[in-house]
Ligand binder design. Sequence first.
Ligand code: MLZ
Length: 265
Amino acid sequence: FLEHFNWDSYLKETGSQAAPPHCLRQSRIPPSNDFKVSMKLEAHDPRNVTSVCIATVIGITGARLRLRLDGSDNKNDFWRLVDSSDIQPIGSCEKKGGMLQPPLGFQMNASSWPMFLLRTLNGAEMAPATCFKKEPPKPTPNCFKVGMKLEAIDRKNPYLICPATIGDVKGDEVFITFDGWRGAFYYWCKYDSRDIFPVGWCDLTGDALQPPGNNVSITKTSAKPQTSPSKATRRSMQSPHKSVPASAPARGRKPGRGKPLGSTG
Ligand code: MLZ
């Protein structure tokens, strides 16, 4: 089954609050996506962030681009917002006195890089500077509270944006939990991460928001009582769904390590 997920009824039925948009480092009006598939640009290599590489737009999804580094394989695609500071027009690197680098895992002999670069850029359609939007400023200090709802990228499946709940807040980090999914998907991130969005983001950008998961888990102890949206989720999704109450790993655990609560689905 595939049903349209409705935030309004979900929030009502779970008695929860959407994170105020000013808490997030996203534009109030999402930037328009003027890129086209096959355009080329410069991007920081996600696996080697100090190097700037040539990337090709492989796909468009909402305000995001699916990118592939030229000379890399098709197993390491990544997604960036059109207002990400990780991407820039071709020529930007050279203007700043830098050199374009082969991607990590460059498929050819390193000595063939200069020729590969010439060939890959020759006749290529370069994304015009107007496609690149200014990154919004960092919001002032972390104003997230436990229980606030938002939309967040599933870092294990980064093409997916899913309904999420703030499970914990610690300094400038927030613990992202996914409604209806087990802990293995959860992660800590900075409050100004570009991977988290206000409720309604996908509706505005046309990106596909995943419905909450249907995994049922029994979490025995939870230091902070949280809303358990199981009944409401069931109604909201018109199917026997249950949602997992958020439970963050104990304080002091390393950020980014979700405590597995069982199978991940
Ligand atoms: N493993 C699942 C996708 C899970 C998405 C969870 N997002 C929080 C699947 O393959 O269907």
